[in-house]
Every structure is written in C-alpha cells, then in structure tokens.
Write a protein that binds this ligand. Structure first.
Ligand SMILES: Nc1nc2c(c(=O)[nH]1)N[C@H]1C(S)=C(S)[C@@H](COP(=O)(O)O)O[C@H]1N2
Ligand SMILES: [Mo]
Length: 218
C-alpha cells in the first residue's frame, strides 16, 4: 500500500513545486535595499548615447508580458509570467543605432559592497533576435529583491547565468569577455542551452530537451 503525505502549503505552492533558492543564484547580492528614486540604468558604449535612464524613463518603453522558460546550467528550469520591456526598446531610449555586427552587450549588476558586482557579456544581435527582455515583474508584481529587483535581463536562448539580475549598467562593446563569476564558477561555455535532461520545476518532473536554444515546449 502506498501512503501519501498530506499536502501542505497554499494551493499555488502545491501545484508548483519549489524552484532552487534565488539567494543561492545571486553570487554578488542581493543588495540590502534599492532606492528606486536613486536607481539608474546606465546605458553606454558603441552606437548609443551615454545615458542614465531613471525608473520613469524605463517605464516609458512599451510594456509587455510573456510566459517564457529560463534554464539554469545546473539542470533545472522554470516558466514565469514575465512583465517588462524588450531590450531593443530600452536601448532605443538611449538612441541605439541598431548596428549589431561584432557587438556584445555587457551587463553589470548593482551588487553589494561585500561581494562586488556580477557581469556577463552576450552577443547583442542574438539577444535582440531572441527578443531578450528587461524584466521588472513576475505575475504582475515587482520582482522580489532576490530575483533581481528592480530590473533584470533575460536572454532566453542562453543559460540564465548569462543574464544579470539587479541590473545597473548596459554597455555595448566589441570586446567579448567572461564575467568574473562565470570564470570562478567554471562556466566556460558560450552559454547556449544544450539538449539534455532538465528538471522542470514548474511541472514537477524531468523533461528531455531535444534542441539547443530557447526551450519553448513544454
Ligand atoms: N546579478 C546576478 N544575476 C544573476 C546571477 C547572479 O549570481 N548574480 N545568477 C544567474 C543564475 S546562475 C541564475 S540560474 C539566475 C537565477 O534567477 P532566479 O533567482 O530568478 O531563479 O540568475 C542569474 N543572474
Ligand atoms: Mo544558473
């Protein structure tokens, strides 16, 4: 005879098994506190005007909501209702000239005095083609601090370590470099999501991903 443990937690928690801790996946943070009135997204580098976008300016970009899956290199994945903006539209606010040949996007986090900042560099053209998002909400609510408040990037074709939570700065550059944490953690990949078996936390089961790149099913 099989015995089942009684269900605990709220109905939402019961239908949605927990994902791994976001604090564990925030090597530089989270910051203790972010003052939105003082936060800026600095946009700088090739083909953009040096700009420090304040929160209101970012909010002026067209808002969208997309249900998409991200994948951690540690073999788990989950889907969320992400709210935010297209990377392309936010770069547009900084007068981006649209050229992507040989260009990369270097992201830097707010970080903490104790642990410093987290950086990651991704190919810019790919990120734009894949509709990378700058995200400020999950399920319509502001991002929790540990999930990247106030704004995080996600390029869904790459493992999540390539996309920075708690963003402070975007730089368009022609230099590709590995982030310090990427090097420390030994992530010597280009970051492309690989075909293999992952734990899909939202579905409470494993699934074999057949193709590289963004996972659109299930
Ligand atoms: N600033 C910052 N961003 C980061 C990380 C980090 O350590 N610091 N970890 C990355 C990794 S490895 C993962 S899996 C995701 C975790 O996002 P989540 O907390 O929403 O699950 O954030 C990514 N972005
Ligand atoms: Mo990760």
């Amino acid at each position: 005879m099989t015995r089942y443990a009684p269900a605990t937690g709220t109905p939402a928690q019961r239908t949605r098994p927990a994902k791994p801790s976001s604090l564990r996946y925030y090597q530089d943070g989270p910051p203790e506190h972010v003052d939105l009135a003082r936060w800026r997204l600095t946009v700088t580098g090739l083909g953009v005007e040096d700009t420090a976008l304040d929160w209101e300016r970012v909010q002026a970009a067209p808002r969208l909501t997309e249900n998409r899956r991200y994948v951690c290199v540690c073999n788990w994945s989950t889907r969320e209702n992400w709210g935010g903006f297209l990377l392309a539209d936010v770069l547009g606010l900084a007068g981006f000239d649209g050229a992507t040949e040989g260009r990369y996007l270097r992201q830097t986090s707010i970080g903490t005095p104790e642990k410093g900042v987290y950086t990651s560099t991704v190919p810019l053209g790919d990120a734009l083609e894949r509709r990378a998002l700058l995200i400020d909400r999950i399920d319509g609510a502001p991002l929790p601090l540990e999930r990247g408040y106030p704004l995080r990037l996600l390029d869904f074709g790459l493992y999540a370590y390539k996309s920075v939570k708690g963003l402070a700065r975007l730089e368009v550059t022609d230099v590709f470099e590995l982030g310090e944490w990427e090097m420390r953690a030994g992530y010597t990949l280009d970051g492309q999501i690989r075909p293999k078996r992952y734990r899909f936390c939202d579905l409470g089961r494993h699934h074999f991903v057949e193709r590289p790149g963004e996972v659109t099913e299930p």
